[in-house]
Design a protein around this ligand. Structure first.
Ligand code: NAD
Length: 349
């Protein structure tokens, strides 16, 4: 049987969830709640029930779960009220603005016995899945360094995302997705240090981009870069692994793989450049290198809600666990700390 859901916040992402719920095979949309009267009217005009208050929504016993899609600084209060009010809760990312706020949410989840998770929908992006599957397969050995980048050129959005008090900035907005993805690929690694440098090109109040290096105790590296002032974009993903390299140029494209067949090469043809020649940097040929493309993985973002509904019924573990949420939050906190100090910081869980 479908589970009744209400969506809190009917802005950009709230509308996405409403749309999603209307098409879902596991959900039935009960209605929305938004503090903005215009959004309430918009919902009514679309034939969607609009709760007049959060209390009215919480008191609607037919609603089993809620998704919270409101600005980042107001997640805490709404998450806690909904959990203690008896609803299972999915909160949009970044779930909280600090580890201590996150602990308050987890505490409310434990106290109420209701499930609580965060909508890490980018676990369903096919570019990430391709990298994860390649790493898991061992096809080109273990990844030594993965670079994950998103480059845009429109600056930071001009709404609350540009304001510190609302939890704006790109570390919290996009960083959370890319950190979450890389930490799943490097799931068995222990973090040693974190270094982060932020940019403030179009916004002085919050970071409009950043460069984040996560070094693991094994020496492996995860690098995340988000830019909003890049008029030429660097590739989405680059992986340097034990036996080869992989590249995804654009997030809708196939992964290009180069797998080293033999390390040694007897007759290297040097590359002539304007100022000299080099054998060290000469490209390999097909005798020692296999190059090919991977099929784009299959993905269905509806599986996020399917999983959560199964978890409510005790038939699955929720996809995004509290420990994963804690780790992502800690990494962002250390990133802010490193950027503020202008130095690399030792990571402690
Ligand atoms: P938005 O500004 O478009 O919409 C926010 C809505 O929340 C507005 O309609 C506003 O009136 C309403 N609101 C504000 N405070 C409220 C409260 N206390 N109670 C009820 N309604 C309230 O913002 P958005 O882009 O939809 O972002 C909302 C959340 O979704 C953020 O946490 C953001 O990071 C997240 N988000 C996630 C993704 C994703 O891909 N997972 C994408 C975009 C946004």
């Amino acid at each position: 049987m479908k589970k009744k859901i209400a969506i809190i916040g009917f802005g950009g992402m709230g509308s996405w969830h409403v749309n999603h719920a209307q098409k879902s095979d596991v959900l039935e949309l009960a209605g929305i709640y938004d503090i903005d009267v215009e959004k309430q009217e918009k919902a009514k005009n679309l034939g969607i029930y609009s709760y007049s208050s959060l209390d009215e929504l919480i008191n609607d016993k037919s609603v089993e779960l809620v998704t919270i899609a409101i600005p980042n600084d107001v997640h805490l209060d709404t998450v806690v009220r909904c959990l203690l009010g008896g609803k299972h809760v999915i909160c949009e990312k970044p779930v909280a603005l600090s580890s201590s706020d996150l602990e308050k949410m987890i505490e409310a989840s434990k106290k109420s016995g209701k499930l609580f998770t965060v909508h890490q929908n980018r676990r369903f992006d096919v570019d990430y899945l391709a990298m994860q599957q390649l790493a898991d397969s061992g096809e080109i050995g273990a990844p030594l360094r993965i670079e994950s980048r998103i480059h845009g050129s429109r600056g930071i959005p001009s709404d609350w995302r540009g304001e510190k008090e609302h939890g704006g900035g790109m570390i919290l907005d996009w960083g959370i997705h890319l950190i979450d993805q890389l930490m799943l690929i490097y799931k068995n690694e222990e973090i040693d240090t974190i270094n982060c440098e932020v940019t403030n090109i179009t916004n002085k109040e919050v970071d409009d981009g950043f460069y984040l290096t996560i070094k693991f105790k094994s020496g492996k590296v995860a690098f995340v870069e988000v830019g909003t002032y890049n008029f030429i974009a660097l590739p989405r993903f680059y992986m340097k692994a034990e036996k080869g390299s992989a590249l995804i140029v654009d997030w809708r494209e196939k992964t290009k793989v180069a797998k080293c067949k033999y390390w040694h090469e007897n007759d290297v043809l040097p590359v002539q450049t304007a100022a000299g020649l080099t054998k060290t940097m000469a490209p390999r040929d097909s005798v020692t290198l296999d190059t090919y493309e991977l099929e784009i993985p299959k993905s269905d973002v509806h599986d996020f809600y399917r999983n959560f509904c199964q978890a409510i019924d005790g038939k699955a573990t929720q996809l995004v666990t509290h420990d994963e949420m804690r780790l992502d939050m800690k990494i962002m906190e250390y990133a802010f700390k490193s950027a503020e100090l202008g130095q690399t910081v030792k990571f402690e869980k």
